[in-house]
Design a protein around this ligand. Structure first.
Ligand SMILES: [Ca+2]
Ligand SMILES: [Ca+2]
Ligand SMILES: [Ca+2]
Ligand SMILES: [Ca+2]
Length: 402
C-alpha cells in the first residue's frame, strides 16, 4: 500500500515538475569583472558589493536596468553594511579606525554617521534609522570572550545618536527593519568555551529591549523583516535556520537539514540562506543558495551551482550572492518566481504525509521510505510537532511543515 501511494505521488510530482529543476531558478551574473566582488546587498533593483578590483576594498554597485556598474566609495578601506530605499550605509577605516558612513545613491553627498573613536560597524539601515556594532566601551588587548561591543543607532532626520544596547557583554551583528533592531547577544556566555549566544531585540518606538530567543547553544546572525526574525541556530548540533514571529511570540524551525545552513536574509515571506547540504564529505566549502516561503511552508533551491556560493541577500523577489569560481569572486542574482509550482507540489505531498501520521511514527533522523531512480521521499520527525515532509527530486526539494 505504501508503494502504491508513493508511486502516485511521484507521478504527480513528475507531472508538476517545471523545467530547470536541477539548478534552481534561472540565475544571471550581476557583475563578473576582475578581482574579488563580495557580500552583495540589494534594495529594489540596486545591488551593492565590496570590490577589490584595484587591490583595495572599495564599494561598487549596479542598477540592474543600467548597463554599467557604479563606483560608490573609493576610500580603499570600506565594507558594505545595509541598504534601504537607495540609502547605503557602510563602515570605513580611511582614518585608521572603522567609522560609519552613508550615502543616498547614486550621487548623494557622503554623510558621516559615527566617527567616534574605536571601531564602528558593521552597520544596517531601515528608513530613518542606522544601527551598528560599536566598540567604544570594549576593552582592548583582552581575549574575545571579554569583548564588550554594544549596539548604537542614529536617526538621520534629527542627527541624534541612540545607545540601543550597552549591556557589559558582547553584542554584535545588528540588523534593523522598521522600529525593531535585532542582534546576536553574548550576555549568557558565562562559561568556557563561551559558545553561548542568543538573539535580542529592541523596539525604538517603545524603547523596550526583549529576548528573541534564549535557546541552548548559539543563535547567530539574525535578520528581520516586519515581525519575523530569522537566524542561524546550532541547538541541534549542526547549523540550522530558525525564525520567530514577534507578533505571536511563536518560534519555528525553517530548515533543519542535517548539514549546515547559515547567514539567512529575509524580505516579506521569503527567507534565503547559504546551504552546505551538497558539500563534499570533507566538510564545508561548497555552499548553495536555498529559500523558504513562510506562507506556503515550501523550501526550494535557488542556485545549486557547483562553485562555492556566499551568503545571499533578498529584496522583493530578487536574491543576490557572490560565487567563487577559478580563484575569482563575482556577483550573481536570481528572481524567485511566483510560488505556484511549489504550492502545487506541496498539495501533492500532503495526502502522503497524512497517511504516514495514521500508520505510525518515525521520530529520529531521516527515514528513507522509497527510492526510485533519482527520486527519493523522506519523512523527518513525523511524530514531532514540527514534523516535516521532504521531497527530494532531481535536486529540487519541497518541504511541508505540519
Ligand atoms: Ca556590550
Ligand atoms: Ca543560546
Ligand atoms: Ca542543518
Ligand atoms: Ca571577479
Amino acid at each position: 500500500m505504501w508503494l502504491k501511494t508513493t508511486h502516485l505521488v511521484f507521478a504527480a510530482l513528475l507531472l508538476l515538475a517545471p523545467t530547470g529543476w536541477t539548478s534552481g531558478f534561472s540565475e544571471f551574473p550581476v557583475y563578473q569583472g576582475p578581482g574579488f566582488q563580495l557580500h552583495p546587498v540589494v534594495s529594489g533593483e540596486l545591488v551593492v558589493w565590496n570590490d577589490y578590483r584595484d587591490g583595495y576594498w572599495d564599494i561598487y554597485g549596479k542598477y540592474l536596468s543600467e548597463p554599467n556598474d557604479l563606483a560608490i566609495t573609493t576610500s580603499r578601506e570600506s565594507s558594505v553594511g545595509g541598504i534601504d530605499g537607495g540609502f547605503l550605509v557602510w563602515s570605513d577605516s580611511r582614518d585608521g579606525k572603522a567609522d560609519v558612513y552613508g550615502k543616498h545613491l547614486p550621487s548623494g553627498p557622503e554623510v558621516a554617521i559615527c566617527l567616534a573613536p574605536s571601531p564602528q560597524g558593521p552597520a544596517d539601515i531601515s528608513g530613518a534609522y542606522v544601527v551598528w556594532k560599536d566598540g567604544r566601551n570594549s576593552p582592548t588587548n583582552v581575549p574575545p570572550e571579554f569583548w564588550n561591543n554594544d549596539i548604537y543607532g542614529y536617526e538621520l532626520q534629527t542627527g541624534s545618536e541612540i545607545p540601543i544596547c550597552t549591556n557589559p557583554a558582547d553584542q554584535i551583528n545588528p540588523r534593523i527593519d522598521g522600529n525593531i533592531v535585532v542582534w546576536q547577544d553574548g550576555r549568557n556566555r558565562f562559561f568556557p568555551p563561551f559558545t553561548e549566544w542568543d538573539i535580542y531585540g529592541y523596539d525604538l518606538s517603545t524603547e523596550q529591549e526583549f529576548a528573541v530567543t534564549n535557546a541552548p547553544w548559539a543563535q547567530a546572525e539574525p535578520a528581520i523583516s516586519g515581525n519575523v526574525v530569522v537566524w542561524m541556530d546550532v541547538r541541534n548540533d549542526n547549523w540550522d535556520i530558525y525564525g520567530k514571529d514577534l507578533s505571536t511570540g511563536i518560534e519555528f524551525p525553517i530548515c533543519r537539514d542535517p548539514f549546515g545552513q547559515g547567514q539567512p536574509s529575509i524580505d516579506g515571506n521569503i527567507v534565503v540562506w547559504v546551504d552546505y547540504r551538497n558539500t563534499t564529505p570533507e566538510g564545508w566549502g561548497q555552499g548553495d543558495i536555498y529559500g523558504y516561503d513562510l506562507l506556503t511552508h515550501t523550501e526550494f533551491p535557488i542556485s545549486l551551482d557547483p562553485s562555492d556560493q556566499g551568503p545571499p541577500q533578498i529584496s522583493g523577489n530578487l536574491v543576490v550572492w557572490h560565487v567563487r569560481r577559478n580563484g575569482d569572486r563575482d556577483i550573481y542574482g536570481a528572481y524567485i518566481p511566483e510560488p505556484a509550482s511549489t504550492s502545487l507540489l506541496a498539495l501533492a505531498a500532503l495526502p502522503l504525509l497524512r497517511r504516514k501520521r495514521r500508520s505510525g511514527c518515525t521520530r529520529e533522523g531521516v527515514a528513507e521510505i522509497s527510492k526510485q531512480s533519482h527520486l527519493r521521499l523522506h519523512l523527518v520527525d513525523s511524530c514531532d510537532v514540527q514534523g516535516t515532509a521532504v521531497v527530494l527530486s532531481l535536486g529540487r526539494e519541497v518541504r511541508i511543515d505540519r
